[in-house]
Structures are given as C-alpha cells and as structure tokens.
Design a protein around this ligand. Sequence first.
Ligand code: MF3
Ligand code: CO
Length: 261
Amino acid sequence: MIFLKTDEEIELLRHCNQIVAKTLAEMAKLIKPGITTLELDKRAEEFIRDNGGVPNFLGYSGYPNSICASVNEQVVHGIPSAKVILKEGDIISIDCGVLKNGFNGDSAYTFCVGEVDPEIVNLLRTTKESLYKGIEQACEGKRLGDIGNAIQTYCEDRGYSVVREMVGHGVGRKLHEAPEVPNYGKKGNGIMLKSGMTIAIEPMINLGSRNLVFEKDGWTTRTADRKPSAHFEHSVAVRHGKADILSSFEYIEQVLGEREF
Ligand code: MF3
Ligand code: CO
C-alpha cells in the first residue's frame, strides 16, 4: 500500500531530512585520515538528538548503530567500528536517517578521504549525477521504471554497473514503505507516480561488476570483485512537473568548499 502524503506531512518529512542533511555536513567536517567510523557514528547520534530527533537506523531490524558507514568496496550497511580507521585515498558512504514528529528522513552521500584516485572520483561524480537524473523523472504521470531507467542508462553508458539486490523505497511514517524504487528498469514500466508520493532514491553504483557479497556480520554488503562502490540518496516528494527534494547536499557542499566530494 502506497501512502500519499498531505502538504503538511511533506513539511514534516522535509524537517527530518534537513536534520539528516546537517548531520551529513557534520560528517563532512570530521572525515579525515585517522578518524574511525565509530567516532563518526557517535557524533551523528549526538547531533541528531541535539536537534530533537531520534536516529531511526539504530535498532532497525536489530541494526546496532545510527549511521551506515561503507568504505571503498563496501556498498551499503557498513557497521561503524573502532577498528575501521579512515586513510588517505579511501571513499566512505555515510547513510543517515532521522525520526522526528512521527516521520522519517533518509539520505546518503559518498565522501573522499583526502586525495582520491581520479578514476574513483569519476565514479562518485557519475553516481551523484545519476541520482539527479532519477529525480528528474520523479514527477506526476511518469512511471517507476522511468526513474530506474534514467539511473541505469546514465551509469551503464559510462561503463559502471548498477547494484540490483538493494533498491530505493517509499519513505514516510515508516523508514521503508512501498513502493520499491529500483535503480534499473524500462521506460514506461511500473506503477504510475502520483503527487504526494514520497520516495528515497538511492543509486548504488560499482566501478567493476555489479555482483555483491553479503558479509557474515549480517549487514555489510561489498562488491564481489572488491572494486569501489558509490552511493548517494535523496528523499523526494513526487510533484506535478518537478520533484521536490526534501533532503539536501547544500550543507555538505558548504563544508567541502572548493572540494567536490
Ligand atoms: N537508507 C538505508 C536503506 O534504505 C537504511 C538502512 S537502515 C539500517 O537501506 F538499519 F539498515 F541501517
Ligand atoms: Co534509504
């Protein structure tokens, strides 16, 4: 069942997603060689609670932390750890969610740790651009397959592969609602998009093959070939003519300044 949101509910979702956006900007300030992903997690939790929110990943199906921190070949759902120390040249996807006023925010960004190989920076750029290609399709009268097709075509045309095992999703009173939002598909396929639908679009794009391995910790997924993977996510409201992006990368971009990622 897909829940359409009222304008008031969409504003509540925007508020949650703005806290997520500012939390990700806090992460941008801290991401440097030498910091551990557990330190990032602690700061994220503190920042979310200081803003009157609750970290909605914490305890979700038993997930142990407030953020997912996925380094290099890790695709998503990397568990923060004192043993994971970031080093120059790494990339790290931080996925973050906030529950407040009964609604859920969800957004992710992939950051560079110091100088990163230009081949990997290109992967990040393409993945981020593909997210916006998908968002362009998230308007009334388009279909779900139009979103996935836009992302898939953009990334595959540039030689990258699209993860299939995990997908975007509806988002609202629950973190994961119907419908599933794949990052692949055929134009004109799937359900018709309606104004008031709220969805998280989250391309997971690999430098090498699309095949994944699920680690024994029950959460972390990584590329089978151990080549890097990138992940960017926005929560958006489907609207007539143009999607309304409820999360934001603007706070991150302010922190990054001249740097791209
Ligand atoms: N944004 C993540 C997703 O949609 C949320 C993960 S919740 C967690 O997959 F508990 F698995 F971390
Ligand atoms: Co999500």
